[in-house]
Design a protein around this ligand. Structure first.
Ligand code: NAP
Length: 239
């Protein structure tokens, strides 16, 4: 059977790492990117320990357009232009009252959470259109559907992601390409530690739960698209 390829941004830790392990378990060869090479190598080792196909590691800084172009080309070369699943997962979060949020913090969030997704998808999509096959998964946030105090910058980037994804979905479905956008609440990762509004870690969604939703969206029959998935704890008040 032909190898299937998944390109996952932010594959070094948190939700991206869990998605890599879930797709790796299903036999996908994961192409992982992030800045921290050691952390990428640790994910690759975990994939190997789980019996998944060997990962391809392509370190990149998603705030840098040249780095994104290089990443896209390397990923296309490594897969023979056959990326089956692109997971736009990497993200950054600064939660601050509006008057305290700096423009450099806003720029970094816009760059990683939205601009990089736009650019990387633009580079990977033509090969999907060529094959009339592919799934693009975007990890947004419930902050992309609801406003909240301290979320003026982060929320804006995730609303932008949602607006882009919704329009892209309508454009590319006629090429048999699915665009799936996932909106988790607080997830138990390093990032959630920065949120003053996050619930206790035990009652949070776990990264593996988001990975399971990604796998479900990839695994449903190709004629069907789970275009938007909200994920929240069943019982946030559980003792
Ligand atoms: N945790 C939550 O509560 C939560 C809730 C809803 C949505 N989300 C979304 O889920 C996604 C994953 O979040 P997470 O919780 O797994 O966060 P995390 O543990 O902080 O991981 C973030 C990932 O993004 C990568 N990244 C950050 N800046 C980058 C840059 N400039 N270039 C390349 N890679 C970069 C990091 O790798 P390096 O640092 O090695 O580059 C890391 O792999 C994000 O889009 C986030 O907004 C998270």
């Amino acid at each position: 059977m032909a190898v299937k390829y998944a390109l996952i941004t932010g594959g070094s830790r948190g939700i991206g790492r869990a998605i890599a392990l879930r797709l790796g378990q299903e036999g996908y060869r994961c192409i992982l990117t992030a800045r921290n090479v050691e952390a990428l190598e640790a994910t690759a080792q975990a994939l190997q320990n789980a019996g998944a196909p060997d990962a391809v590691l392509i370190p990149a800084d998603l705030t840098d357009g040249k780095s994104i172009d290089h990443l896209a080309q390397q990923a296309l070369d490594a897969s023979g232009n056959q990326i089956d699943v692109l997971v736009n997962n990497a993200g950054v979060l600064y939660l601050k009252p509006f008057l305290e949020l700096s423009l450099s913090e806003l720029d970094e969030m816009l760059a990683v959470n939205f601009r990089a997704v736009f650019q990387l998808t633009q580079r990977i999509l033509p090969a999907m259109i060529q094959r009339q096959h592919g799934t693009i998964v975007n990890i947004a946030s419930l902050a992309g559907k609801n406003g909240f105090k301290t979320g003026t910058g982060y929320g804006a980037t995730k609303w932008a992601l949602r607006g882009w994804a919704n329009s892209l979905m309508l454009e590319v479905r006629e090429h048999n390409i699915r665009v799936v956008t996932i909106f988790p609440g607080s997830v138990n990762t390093d990032m959630a530690g920065h949120s003053p509004t996050a619930p206790r870690r035990e009652t949070m969604i776990q990264p593996e739960d988001v990975a399971e939703a990604v796998w479900t969206a990839v695994n449903v029959p190709e004629r069907t698209m789970l275009s938007e998935i909200d994920i929240r704890p069943t019982n946030p008040k559980k003792a």
